[in-house]
Design a binder for this molecule. Structure first.
Ligand SMILES: [Zn+2]
Ligand SMILES: [Zn+2]
Length: 208
């Protein structure tokens, strides 16, 4: 990736995020690891969630672990309709956006403001190179399911199942890690197509 991402106008709410060592803002749903982190996955239990994965990380402390979501913040953003990039609430009247693969039935990444989605599509190296294979889904609302860990396979891989939100029989059988967002009647577009229509209206043209 060239240095051109620095020329993309940054929304104010994103400019307040902690940055990685290259100066790139770190999405709020990303896990941070401090030097003494041994990579273990702490599990807690309470009446509200049953067994669930916790996480002690603090944004800005240690190093961001791109590609790994903090389960605590992921669940908070999903439940509270907060933007997974900038953390700010998304107005109930606003159309929100999910980014994922073509025709994804549900999303593991929290919703985004449209301006934040436009910024992420232009700046995030993974999204940028994925081009047409990335789709955006615009929707007014979504419902949640639970992604729970049900066991460990012989090769060490975690077995997972999707459960309805707040389904007590799952509380003892499986460990809640993430919420899954199922968008209501989404309007889907290939990411580059949506960006070409949306970004010029919202963002000043790059200066170079
Ligand atoms: Zn965390
Ligand atoms: Zn945002």
């Amino acid at each position: 990736m060239s240095s051109s991402w620095r020329n993309i106008p940054i929304p104010d709410c994103v400019a307040r995020l902690p940055c990685n060592s290259a100066g790139r803002p770190v999405p709020a749903n990303v896990t941070w690891r401090e030097p003494d982190d041994d990579g273990s996955i702490p599990v807690d239990r309470d009446p509200e969630l049953g067994a669930h994965v916790t996480c002690p990380c603090t944004p800005g402390r240690g190093k961001p672990w791109f590609g790994e979501q903090c389960p605590v913040r992921q669940r908070q953003f999903m439940l509270q309709r907060q933007c997974g990039l900038c953390t700010e609430p998304i107005a109930p009247s606003a159309q929100l956006m999910f980014i994922g693969e073509t025709n994804a039935p549900y999303y593991l990444e929290p919703p985004l403001h449209q301006a934040c989605a436009a910024y992420a599509l232009q700046v995030c190296p993974v999204l940028h190179v994925s081009g047409e294979r990335i789709e955006v889904a615009l929707t007014a609302s979504y419902t949640l399911g639970e992604d729970r860990i049900t066991g460990v396979a012989a090769d060490g891989a975690l077995r997972r199942s999707v459960f309805p939100l707040g389904f007590p029989p799952a509380y003892h059988l499986a460990v809640l890690e993430f919420y899954l967002a199922f968008p209501a009647t989404p309007e889907r577009h290939a990411a580059p197509t949506w960006l070409a229509q949306y970004a010029p209206k919202q963002l000043p043209a790059p200066t170079d």
